[in-house]
Design a protein around this ligand. Structure first.
Ligand code: SF4
Length: 226
């Protein structure tokens, strides 16, 4: 199974994002969903997907800890595009999490906090689907440097489609500007990658694009992309 999808991945890596999306929606029909944290790549992908299918299925993992600007971006995207947006919430409220694990879990054990507020909700979001679309790009971090346009996601048991895998940051920006796609204003304030408020800071010149995530910890991924 894995090698079959790796072959397809090699074939599609290098094709245009629209061509990859067209193939993916044809292949998986209504059993494909688009993961969105409403960052730059995600809004570009929503714009592309809306050109390929009439009402793409999109989900967001709402941790209850997102920036106000992120929620504003969600509203702007919903006003512009016809999407079926699924807002997936953790099973524990912030107060329940604090009761069970103590205050500010993200400052002591971000892996556990991400597991409760992102990884477990992701399993729920993907349940019943055959494939998911993500905004992963090779340029984002060394952990993503070998990603392909299509991969078998063994940890979730479905296909992962990464249409922007070879795109540079400049290419994503070009798409967003050319198409006047609504985007998170924090991108103009030094935040190339935007997650939860407690775990995201602006990056400094020369740092990698995800250096502002979980600053002070070794952690560089939420655990969503293994
Ligand atoms: S990014 Fe931070 S606040 Fe958000 S779920 Fe992970 S550890 Fe918790």
């Amino acid at each position: 199974m894995e090698s079959q999808w790796a072959e397809i991945g090699k074939r599609f890596t290098g094709q245009s994002p629209l061509a990859i999306l067209a193939w993916a929606y044809q292949q998986f029909g209504d059993r494909i969903t688009l993961a969105s944290s409403f960052g730059l790549e995600d809004v570009a992908l929503i714009d592309m997907a809306a050109q390929v299918v009439p009402c793409p299925d999109v989900f967001m993992l709402d941790t209850d800890l997102l920036f106000h600007e992120t929620y504003q971006t969600v509203q702007a995207i919903q006003a512009r595009y016809r999407v079926r947006l699924r807002r997936i919430r953790p099973s524990l409220s912030l107060a329940e999490q604090a009761d069970q694990y103590g205050d500010d879990l993200w400052a002591r054990d971000p892996d556990l906090c991400c597991r409760l507020r992102k990884v477990l909700p992701l399993n729920e979001a993907l349940d019943g689907y055959a494939a998911w679309i993500t905004g992963i790009r090779r340029e984002q971090s060394p952990t993503r440097a070998a990603a392909l346009a299509v991969e078998w996601d063994g940890s979730h048991g479905l296909v992962k489609v990464n249409p922007l895998v070879l795109w540079s940051t400049a290419e994503v920006w070009q798409w967003v500007r050319d198409r006047d796609v609504p985007y998170n204003p924090l991108h103009d304030q030094g935040f190339p990658s935007i997650g939860c408020m407690p775990c995201t800071r602006p990056v400094k010149p020369g740092e990698d694009l995800r250096a502002g995530r979980w600053s002070g910890f070794e952690k560089k991924e939420c655990g969503l992309h293994q």
